[in-house]
Design a protein around this ligand. Structure first.
Ligand SMILES: *Cc1c(COP(=O)(O)O)cnc(C)c1O
Ligand SMILES: [Zn+2]
Length: 447
């Protein structure tokens, strides 16, 4: 009898399978990405999503409290004895009519999924709780990642929760201070190399191979299993109704890949009757997905993409010495590791990709700050992208949209303060300097 749960290479010419007790960061046969697969017919899955609502009554059990593990029947790759939790996934889906007005949607149609409410302040915790559960299952002792910041913060937090050693690689100078402070505070061995995220990614793969470390980048298919739950919580926040659109920033494309898998599986299991459309938003300064999908028309067809097109694109990036650059450092990535899986998700969800400028990102960020709970720059790309798609008429004013706000406002305070200090920004809110004198203070306050 075949395995209930296994890993499978996504390359249809290979299709090699591996047990969930193994850890690979690429297919050992062909080097492609791996998926976590389940034999759903032989696993126990609730027959409606609302069934998961009963877990709220037993939330004194840490696994039922976790916004990831209370959906554990939908990511059943390990047993409770290996599941690690630090209380991730206590997120808020906020209906925000002011943001709706800003993007040109009707009231009641725009919802913000605040992933900044996670323990380390970003959505990454959804993935790490799953990856570290797998790491515990395989007995890993030392893990490593490359990071633009939030991955390192989350890895450091989970590694110390598991008593595991961890090394994080970050590109020098391109990390927001809030994120760096977390990695240091949580005790990660932090290696800054001269280079950007893509350089770090290459190096970390080498050291993981050489030293046998457990890799926790989103190449790790178990991480993506945890990130599926962001979609479950959006459905839950909408009373188990499927929105018309999900909008998410795209960096390494782990989230978008996980979201496509989540909806594909839910549909397959009969737990939803339709799949929402997906909009992935790049920054103009790191727009590989946009170029390949929208400009070059690259598609996931018959279980594959045209690898030659991708190689040629990366070849040009190498030749020109291209370096991605955006204020949204969390998505400053030009060689997204999950490209193929993301293109698959775009096929599943009839998706679109857009690019937005740094100017549009920081304005959108200020709007989320003023009318919502705030977010970091990369997260606001989703709002800027929604605004663009509304202007184009691709998304209708009356369509229901959930934007994923991937990271907390305090991750990158410098961008926020710089924005408000600058005169002439649409939403800037500059502090007023006044002498230490009551009359002058009152005069200023009265305007
Ligand atoms: C990691 C990250 C992203 C990018 O997500 P991918 O899954 O790599 O596309 C976006 N926003 C924030 C805040 C992040 O930390
Ligand atoms: Zn393979």
């Amino acid at each position: 009898m075949s395995e209930l749960r296994y890993q499978r290479c996504i390359n249809p010419d290979c299709g090699a399978t591996f047990g969930v007790g193994e850890s690979h960061f690429a297919c050992p046969k062909c080097g492609d990405l791996l998926d976590v697969c389940y034999d759903w017919d032989r696993l126990e899955v609730p027959d409606s999503l609302s069934w998961f609502g009963k877990r709220w009554a037993t939330r004194n059990n840490p696994l039922d409290f976790s916004g990831v593990w209370r959906f554990r029947e939908l990511l059943p790759f390990c047993g409770d004895e290996h599941r690690v939790t630090v209380g991730e996934g206590q997120t808020i889906l906020q209906r925000n009519d002011e943001v709706a007005k800003y993007v040109g949607s009707n009231a009641g149609r725009v919802h913000l999924e605040y992933e900044g409410c996670n323990p380390s302040g970003s959505f990454k915790d959804n993935g790490m709780t799953a990856a570290f559960s797998h790491a515990m299952m395989v007995g890993a002792k030392h893990c490593a990642c490359a990071s633009t910041g939030n991955t390192s913060a989350s890895v450091a937090l989970y590694a110390h929760a598991c008593g595991m050693k961890c090394t994080v690689f970050i590109g020098s100078g391109r990390i927001a201070f809030g994120k760096l402070s977390q990695a240091l505070d949580y005790g990660a061995q932090t290696i800054q190399i001269v280079g950007d995220f893509d350089d770090c990614m290459r190096r970390v793969k080498e050291v993981c191979k050489d030293l046998g470390l457990y890799l926790v980048n989103s190449l790790n298919p178990f991480r993506l299993e945890g990130q599926k739950t962001i979609m479950y919580r959006i459905l839950e926040g909408l009373g188990w109704q499927v929105p018309d659109w999900i909008v998410v920033p795209g960096g390494n494309l782990g989230n978008s890949s996980a979201f496509g898998k989540a909806f594909y599986e839910l549909k397959q299991l009969g737990l939803i009757d339709r799949i929402p459309r997906l909009a992935v938003i790049n920054a103009t300064g790191a727009n590989t997905l946009y170029d390949l999908y929208e400009k070059k028309g690259l598609r996931f067809v018959a279980d594959r993409i045209d690898g030659k097109e991708v190689d040629a694109y990366y070849g040009r990036l190498n030749e020109t010495g291209y370096r991605p650059h955006t204020v949204a450092t969390a998505i400053e990535i030009s060689r997204p590791v999950n490209l193929t899986k993301c293109l698959r998700a775009l096929a599943i969800c009839d998706g679109v990709v857009r690019e937005v400028s740094d100017e549009d990102i920081i304005d959108a960020k200020a709007v989320v700050g003023r009318y919502g709970l705030g977010c970091e720059p990369a997260s606001a790309a989703s709002i800027a992208g929604l605004k663009l798609l509304r202007t184009e008429g691709v998304i209708g004013a009356d369509e229901t949209v959930a934007c994923v706000l991937t990271g907390h406002q305090l991750k990158d305070p410098k961008v926020t303060v710089d924005y408000h200090m600058e005169k002439g920004r649409e939403f800037s809110n500059k502090p007023v300097e006044v002498a230490n004198d009551i009359e002058q203070i009152i005069r200023v306050m009265k305007g």
